[in-house]
Design a protein around this ligand. Sequence first.
Ligand code: GLP
Length: 260
Amino acid sequence: MEIVILPDSAEVGRVAASVIADVVARKPDGVLGLATGSSPLAIYEELARRADAGELDFSRMRGFALDEYVGLDYSHPESYHAVIDRTVTKPLGMNPELVSVPDGLADDIPAACAAYEAAIDAAGGIDVQILGIGANGHIGFNEPTSSLASRTRIKTLTPKTREDNARFFDSPDAVPTHCVTQGLGTILRAHRLVLVAQGERKAEAVAAAVEGPVSASCPASVLQLHEHATVVLDEGAASRLRNADYYRYTWANKPEWQRY
Ligand code: GLP
């Protein structure tokens, strides 16, 4: 894994955005894996700035979101359909017809999950997958004990995740209990992974993911099995890493052409 430690969230967004921008520039009809949550917002803001400046064109890029709540109407501002539209599709100038989000309202959710996997395959796979990390180590909504080989499916949210996400809803009870999420096996099939984390609240999960054993107890540790995963952190999120100085040294000495 490539671990990049930067002074603040804006820098995290800038460096992670450069990884995405490199893919968009090389493959303007490529496929982005999109994440919700506050962590990737700095990436989307930087990419929107570059799109507005005419440096990048997202109009032919495809997008697949990681996850969605089950049973939450898409008109709800916190449904991931609405969040992806508001924070990614519109600001980046993507074509809404090319952006897919898992279907949390399907009558037959297992069939919708299988169709989602098939759509990713039909698009040629995900060129670069953006990821945040939950304080309990989840990626997408793959909660601890998720199979490392899992595919898109329905999951029950942990009380911790519902509590963390309660800030987006009127009351903790209003947070849905279930979700549909790409699996850890789905995520591993993306050609490249970029995980971003900011703040000390994520430090323990980041340390477990990067320096702990590969374990379903920390789903993000599955990144250790991927051949091209980049983890971009601010100082707070990196504060529990034992080998932080080594990561800083490696990044500082990496030539620009090898970075993105
Ligand atoms: C959410 C999302 C994840 C996200 C995580 C962290 O529940 N399903 O994709 O990475 O929680 O969110 P945040 O970035 O807001 O801390």
